[in-house]
Design a binder for this molecule. Structure first.
Ligand code: DAH
Length: 364
């Protein structure tokens, strides 16, 4: 900035001359009008409005003028700066409108354009049911236990009180693993997981054991050589049949609907004493439809077997303290699925066609 002038020397304050100011304004207005984008406009601000712009310099020169000249020069510079400022504001407004319009066009989405459909997979209904059953028992505080599909014969039969000559051992058509006398079978039920659990853990035991089992049946509309069961086992102090019934009722009401209960019918299994067949109240008709296709009008559907764990089984698995008693149950998944969803042919369940699975939902 120049030092204070004692006399007004128009040469020293050339920046304040009307022509110079008009020129600065004209240059600024031309540049602003030519700015084609907001970025460009922004980059012009320094040159025309910044500290070193001609008008800012002129403004600074005012201080050096004699008091008599200040007012007029001040007015002139002020007006000039005002014109430039409004030109910037106006152009900014225009460019913003342009930008918004352009974005609206460029980024427009045609919601009517047909999408490319990508078919999602579907979990197999056996997996869905298994997971739902697991969730129900886990919510009651039970643990999930697993065992191998190729199982020791001793665990699959002997420890479960199915001796060499026990008729049930022949009843269960077993896949024996070669060579003969290997002592291995493909497990015919999930019950050996009971023994494995008791050998591994001390009571209290509350486990659910879901899994694949194998029998030498041919695949037809109602049979399959590979199917799924889940086994329940509880061993604790003071466990009674009432706990078994209560657990089964809690389970079926959660799986099939509030108010659905089970009924126990006396039966025989070597690994339980007493033993019972589990009937579940018909979840389709609730026993109200004499011609119901699901329950045959009886109101009940057989879903599995259960009972109090045979003392001999507890002993084989190392639990000899008489204060412990337990219950066990075993249920088949395929059968429930066929009944529940009216699946008429086992082939549909085993073939794994996604068009079948998709009907049960896309839950992941
Ligand atoms: N293991 C039997 C089967 O595969 C089902 C079963 C019945 C399991 C009674 C049990 C039970 O735990 O107590 O046919």
């Amino acid at each position: 900035m120049s030092g204070p002038n004692t006399s007004y020397d128009p040469v020293e304050v050339a920046a304040l001359e009307p022509e110079a100011i008009e020129q600065a304004v004209t240059a600024a207005l031309a540049a602003v009008a030519a700015a084609a984008s907001l970025e460009e406009l922004k980059s012009l601000r320094g040159a025309h409005q910044g500290d070193k712009s001609p008008l800012a310099l002129a403004n600074r020169e005012i201080g050096a003028l004699p008091p008599s000249a200040k007012a007029e020069a001040g007015k002139r510079v002020g007006q000039a700066r005002g014109r430039v400022a409004s030109a910037f504001t106006a152009r900014q407004g225009e460019l913003e409108v342009e930008r918004d319009n352009r974005i609206l066009v460029e980024e427009a989405l045609d919601v009517t354009v047909p999408v490319t459909r990508r078919r999602s997979g579907a979990r197999h209904p056996i997996s869905l049911v298994t997971q739902r059953v697991e969730d129900i028992f886990v919510a009651m505080g039970w643990e999930i236990a697993e065992g191998p599909e190729v199982e020791a014969e001793w665990l699959n039969f002997d420890a479960l009180n199915l001796g060499q000559d026990h008729p049930a051992r022949q009843m269960q058509d077993t896949f024996f693993v070669e060579p003969e006398g290997s002592g291995l079978v493909l497990r015919t039920h999930t019950s050996p997981v009971q023994i494995r659990t008791m050998l591994r853990e001390d009571p209290p035991i509350y486990v659910l054991c879901p899994g694949k089992v194998f029998r030498t049946d041919d695949l037809d509309a109602t049979h399959t050589p590979v199917f799924h069961q889940f086994e329940g086992l509880v061993v604790d102090e003071g466990i009674t049949m009432a706990h078994l019934k209560g657990s089964l009722d809690a389970f079926v009401s959660r799986l099939f609907g509030e108010g659905i209960v089970t009924r126990l019918r006396p039966s025989y299994f070597p690994f339980t004493e007493p033993s019972a067949e589990i009937d579940c109240q018909c979840w389709i008709c609730g026993g109200t439809n004499p011609s119901c296709r699901t329950c045959g009008g009886t109101g009940w559907i057989e879903v599995g077997g259960c009972g109090m764990v045979n003392r001999r089984v507890l002993a084989a698995a190392g639990i000899t303290d008489e204060k412990y008693t337990g219950f066990a149950f075993g249920l088949g998944i395929e059968r429930s699925l066929m009944l529940r969803h009216g699946v008429g042919d086992m082939h549909d369940i085993v073939e794994g066609d996604v068009r079948f699975s998709a009907q049960f939902g896309m839950e992941i």
